[in-house]
Design a protein around this ligand. Sequence first.
Ligand code: NAP
Length: 255
Amino acid sequence: MNSPWKLVWITGGGSGIGLAVAQQLVALGAQVVISGRHESTLIESCTQVNRQNLPGSLHPLVCDVTSLESVQVAWQRLMLDYAVPDLVLLNAGNHQPVSVDGFSPEPFKQLMAVNYFGVVNCLSVLLPDLLSRQRGQVGVVASVAGYSGLPTAAAYGGSKAAVINTCEALYPELKAQGIQLSLINPGFVKTPLTDKNRFTMPFLIEADQAAAAIIQGLQRKRFEIAFPRTFVMLLKFLRLLPYSLYFRLTRKLLP
Ligand SMILES: NC(=O)c1ccc[n+]([C@@H]2O[C@H](COP(=O)([O-])OP(=O)(O)OC[C@H]3O[C@@H](n4cnc5c(N)ncnc54)[C@H](OP(=O)(O)O)[C@@H]3O)[C@@H](O)[C@H]2O)c1
């Protein structure tokens, strides 16, 4: 199979899910540009992938998605050095558990800044160019944690729920203007982000499996790309329950 996309931009592409998607697309012959805040991480990832002599190539581009100015500079660099990407994967994100003990706005502000406003900043910068061409594909990585409120995920889940709602709202208008938007909701994936978790993660999958599911879903132009299937079904069922039953189940997740 050849890559359906010639040029791809992935935010948060220096590690985890973003890097796994980048690597698989490079293996299919794509030119992929990965972004993150740390240039050394990006360069190291590019060196590792490019030394495999795959048909495509990987390139670093520093960008902090929480800063609109940083996203504007990165997009201009992308235009100057490459072109308008056929696919953009807005994947940069972070996680921080919260509890009612020591409750503070800080983790909420931090996670909204990267997980939600990171997506909004990028969309605000790239949409004018995509809309003027009346084509393009954008994948946005949210999480199954955004489906409904789960213990310790008040800040993370809230930021991802906002991403899900915004994508649902934007999809029809973008579709009408020739832009394909996809919402990606992974369950637990083994990455540096989840390596910090000290609990057993149900239905945990490898980053390579997540990347394959994302690429397949994007290729099929699905709106929602959610995996692994059984975990997604369970969580979608959970949100249909009356709260009395819902809380009886979710309180078992308390640490
Ligand atoms: N792993 C899971 O189980 C799971 C499940 C559901 C959803 N997700 C979502 O999947 C996405 C990727 O996560 P991952 O698990 O692959 O974690 P990861 O390996 O930690 O990757 C996250 C990437 O985002 C980048 N990043 C963080 N803050 C950024 C910022 N302000 N600007 C630009 N880049 C930034 C990081 O690079 P720098 O630190 O160098 O900036 C890092 O490369 C996230 O949106 C996450 O919420 C993950």
